[in-house]
Design a protein around this ligand. Structure first.
Ligand SMILES: [Zn+2]
Length: 163
């Protein structure tokens, strides 16, 4: 089998295989997982992905598969055998938990954003008020303690309003 030398021994492949003589259709062509077995130092095929026992060894690549159940399972197996596949991606519970976690995180973000917006409003109101008071004091030519106490009052005012 020349193709064996080109295959990645850490990966598993899907290959056409032949049914056994005890099959309802001994000429049937199915799909099986083809993997490297270090214990035997050889590539080997398993049972058909439909669950039926198969003859050992692959048929030439591209041999038409005749088993409807194998063809039905083929897309799922191809996804599972692709490099980088994570088993949890096919687990609906894992996917549901991931969505829930994302929703909770989003909710927490919205709460923080809301609080920051409220604080920004308070700060803006304080700055605006201080600006008004400073303009007023400047016009009056105020100095010393009068100046400081008026500015401090202006800073406190928006805080009192939001309470
Ligand atoms: Zn099959």
């Amino acid at each position: 089998m020349s193709e064996s030398t080109e295959l990645d021994k850490t990966r598993r492949y899907l290959r056409p295989v032949q049914a056994t003589i005890i099959s309802d259709d001994p000429n049937g062509v199915h799909l099986a997982v083809y993997e490297w077995l270090p214990m035997f130092d050889a590539w080997a095929t398993g049972p058909g992905i439909c669950g039926e026992s198969m003859k050992q060894g692959t048929l030439p690549d591209g041999t038409a598969v005749t088993c409807a159940r194998c063809l039905e399972w083929q897309p799922k197996y191809e996804r599972m055998l692709a490099p980088g596949y994570r088993p949890e991606d096919d687990d609906p519970d894992v996917l549901r938990r991931r969505v829930e976690a994302a929703e909770k995180l989003n909710e927490a973000h919205l709460k923080v954003e809301h609080r920051l917006a409220m604080e920004a409003q308070t700060a803006e109101a304080a700055i605006a008020r201080v600006r008004d008071v400073l303009e007023e004091l400047k016009a009056q030519g105020a100095t010393g303690m009068q100046f400081y106490s008026r500015v401090l009052d202006a800073l406190e005012e928006p805080k009192r309003r939001t309470r």
